[in-house]
Write a protein that binds this ligand. Structure first.
Ligand SMILES: C[S@@+](CC[C@H](N)C(=O)[O-])C[C@H]1O[C@@H](n2cnc3c(N)ncnc32)[C@H](O)[C@@H]1O
Length: 224
């Protein structure tokens, strides 16, 4: 099986628009799903090339679901590719898609990249996706741009929100938690790339601390 980037370079169908270094993140987080049963959601159909790409990348067991606000995108429907028209920030629309396809194993947000939309999609889809899934948001350079509702250190920015997720995944260790840190359901790994944010979930995390080895060979750690 070739890599995500090789697949991209071999793409000859409808136009697809991706930054080259994104393929490192795709390969790292998505390759375990290749040739596995998969319900994949991409927000943002663009010109239809990405759904063709994902279908070829993931293989015959994948259902590729794409959401877009533009009704013209309906024509991208194909074997294994399902296009639904609506607004990524509309919970009613998102629920109708979940009702139809079930919980998504991967969500890739490549939609409007507007902060309120990114947040609304995340807030609705993340808790309802597969407990062992991956949520990825790309083009998050827009989180630094005012015209997308962002800005450096702005509370409206999804990057700022993502920084809080670091506290969320460590919630059980926070001694002075006044209730403001709630935890992020099932999240066990956060990854940050230029312009890309990733949250990986697991339905089970073994967080037990274990000391192994010959106890006679311990040194006094408080000696100095
Ligand atoms: C960056 S393009 C997607 C590119 C495509 N994924 C690719 O890789 O080639 C963004 C898409 O998001 C769609 N979009 C913009 N606002 C949206 C919204 N509020 N809800 C759903 N889709 C939206 C646009 O119509 C456009 O097709």
């Amino acid at each position: 099986m070739s890599t995500a980037y090789a697949h991209f370079l071999n793409h000859t169908g409808r136009p697809i628009h991706k930054s080259t270094h994104y393929f490192l993140a795709y390969e790292r987080h998505f390759s375990p799903f290749i040739n596995r049963p998969l319900t994949f959601l991409e927000i943002g159909a663009g010109n239809g090339g990405s759904s063709e790409y994902w279908k070829a990348y993931f293989g015959p067991l994948a259902r590729i679901v794409t959401l877009d606000i533009n009704p013209a995108c309906k024509e991208f429907e194909d074997e294994q590719v399902f296009v639904r028209i609506g607004d990524q920030s509309d919970p009613g629309f998102l629920q109708s898609v979940i009702d139809e396809f079930g919980a998504f194993d991967i969500v890739l947000d490549d939609g409007s990249h507007m902060m309120p939309h990114v947040k609304a999609s995340f807030d609705y889809l993340y808790p309802r996706m597969s407990k062992n899934g991956v949520y990825m948001v790309e083009d998050m350079h827009t989180a630094y741009w005012e015209e997308y509702g962002g800005g450096l250190k702005s509370q409206a920015s999804f990057v700022e929100r993502f920084k809080d997720f670091i506290d969320d995944i460590n919630v059980r260790f926070i001694r002075d938690n006044n209730g403001s840190v709630q935890g992020l359901d099932g999240a066990y790994c956060l990854s940050i790339y230029e312009s890309i944010l990733v949250i990986e979930r697991s339905s089970f995390i073994n967080g037990k601390m274990t000391l192994l080895g010959d106890s006679q060979r311990r040194v006094n750690l408080n000696a100095s």
